[in-house]
Design a protein around this ligand. Structure first.
Ligand code: GLN
Length: 499
């Protein structure tokens, strides 16, 4: 690889696309730079489960041919991207990080995949993840953990840890992740990236392998707020193939990302998500970011959302309940793995052997919790109660948004923790999701934006907005990013990784 191409891998998505549009760089060169970078670092990082070299170069060549023919190019045409392995793409395996889907090739494209292809975005491969998106560290992948590019002995967050690590390690400028309880925002936070969970219904779930259907949402991960906005605009919008997709236009996220003016905006610090319980470095970066917003002219107030204290237990009933139903489809008959089909075994026996061999311990734990919570004798006490809490949390948000335009909190209570340190303690692992879960339960958009470092590791700042006001995230995130970069005198990510 030439030095010039080595630098290409470090360009933002917007810079890459602009260089391609100007003819200074071809899409094939941009894609080759990503592939070379993957070849160099991914053995250590393990961000990718599958790299589609031929498909990526062919997609890039098609962008170059369009340009040569004088056809108009989209704003991200030719930019390489890592796709979380929970979204199906024809021509590549989809495993969801699980053994049970080993060797499965989906016969169709997810709507997100179709939109990426239509935008000329080059899908270079499938990103590692916690099995079926259950986890906060990517240690639940059946294919080995992903490592955090900032410190290879630490977790990259999860469940979209492969997507985050790919972008943080400069393997691709963009990734798509999914977020059911924080799985875009928490890995973005601990890898020093921008990650957005759009409003529920804002991005199609068609072709997103379901974990918890009422919570799952795909969204962008990138190194800058503008890049995330461009990707959000490319994948968002109504899809008749997803009945929960809402028929409203994508909010003006790209314009908002560049406006950088938060004067007069009302910013609410959520009392229940601040105070004790955060690592000191996380709390310090959060307080600084809030002070920066105030200096920029935002009006900062404290807001109480009393039911947020119950969000975590409600989520850990609702998500497993939906998962226990959704994962029933992995029955040894329709997809991937089949174990113990020795000729004498009945269908039920093969199903049970396959599920025993094919699912990892966390997925089994969730299926058992969910099945229990939905069982006739306990339904009202567990699932029913959790749904009531969900309504109360939505009401807290509604009341808060009568007072303020956005709500803010830390994204995650800690920076990236060492690999292996929480893997045997599910409750400690679940506590990572404390700040991110309320937005999922209420279906609201939320962003994590880099807020600086704590002992050399990235800290994320969370912004939450009302439904279909996703542009407010980009407005506040863009202003904060610009102010923090200017203050430090260098862009935050220039400080990234030792790879
Ligand atoms: N960490 C949460 C869980 O394990 C969130 C996962 C997600 O958002 N997919 O369920």
């Amino acid at each position: 690889m030439t030095e010039a191409l080595a630098d290409v891998a470090r360009l933002t998505a917007a810079e890459t696309a602009a260089a391609i549009a100007r003819g200074e760089l071809s899409a094939v060169e941009a894609t080759q730079a990503a592939l070379d970078r993957i070849a160099k670092v991914d053995e250590a990082v393990n961000a990718f489960l599958h790299v589609d070299t031929d498909g990526a170069l062919a997609a890039a060549a098609a962008v170059d041919a369009s340009r040569a023919a004088g056809e108009p190019l989209g704003p991200l045409a030719g930019v390489p991207l890592a796709l979380k392995d929970v979204l199906v793409a024809r021509g590549m395996p989809t495993t969801c990080g699980s053994r049970i889907l080993h060797g499965w090739y989906p016969p169709y494209d997810a709507t997100v995949t179709t939109r990426l292809r239509e935008a000329g975005i080059v899908i270079v491969g499938k990103a590692n993840m916690d099995e079926f998106a259950m986890g906060s560290s990517t240690e639940n992948s059946a294919y080995g953990p992903t490592r955090n590019p900032w410190d290879l002995n630490r977790i990259p967050g999860g469940s979209s840890g492969g997507s985050a690590a790919a972008v943080a390690a400069f393997e691709t400028p963009l990734a798509v992740g999914t977020d059911t309880g924080g799985s875009i925002r928490q890995p973005a936070a601990v890898c020093g990236l921008v990650g957005v969970k759009p409003t529920y219904g804002g991005v199609s779930r068609y072709g997103l392998v379901a974990f918890s259907s009422s919570l799952d949402q795909a969204g962008p991960m990138a190194r800058t707020v503008l890049d995330a906005a461009l990707l959000h605009a490319a994948i968002g919008g109504h899809d008749p193939r997803d009945s929960t997709s809402v028929e409203v236009p994508v909010p003006p996220v790209v314009e908002a990302a560049q406006r950088r003016d938060v004067r007069g905006m009302r910013v609410g610090v959520v009392r229940e998500l601040s105070g004790d319980g955060y690592e000191p470095g996380v709390a310090a970066r959060f307080d600084e970011a809030v002070a920066v917003l105030a200096e920029l002219g935002a009006e900062v107030v404290e807001v109480s959302c009393p039911h947020f204290d119950y969000a975590l237990p409600a989520y850990y009933l609702i998500a497993p309940s939906e998962c226990s139903s959704n994962l029933a489809r992995f029955d040894a008959m329709r997809y991937g793995l089949r174990v113990g089909d020795d000729g004498d075994a009945g269908a039920e026996q093969v199903m049970s052997r396959t599920r025993d061999a094919g699912f990892g311990p966390e997925v089994k734990r969730r299926i058992m919790i969910g099945t229990y919570a939905l069982s006739a004798g306990y339904y009202d006490a567990y699932y029913g109660q959790a749904q009531k809490v969900r309504t109360l949390i939505s009401r807290d948000f509604a009341a808060a948004f009568e007072q303020v335009d956005v709500l803010v909190s830390p994204t995650s209570p800690t920076v990236a923790f060492p690999l292996g340190s929480k893997v045997d303690d599910p409750i400690a692992m679940y506590l990572n999701d404390l700040c991110t879960i309320p937005a999922n339960l209420a279906g609201l958009p939320a962003m994590s934006v880099p807020a600086g470092l704590s002992e050399g590791l990235p800290v994320g700042f969370q912004i939450m907005a009302p439904a279909f006001a996703d542009d407010r995230l980009y407005l506040v995130g863009g202003a904060l990013e610009a102010a923090l970069d200017a203050r430090r005198g260098y862009p935050l990510l220039a400080a990234a990784p030792g790879l």
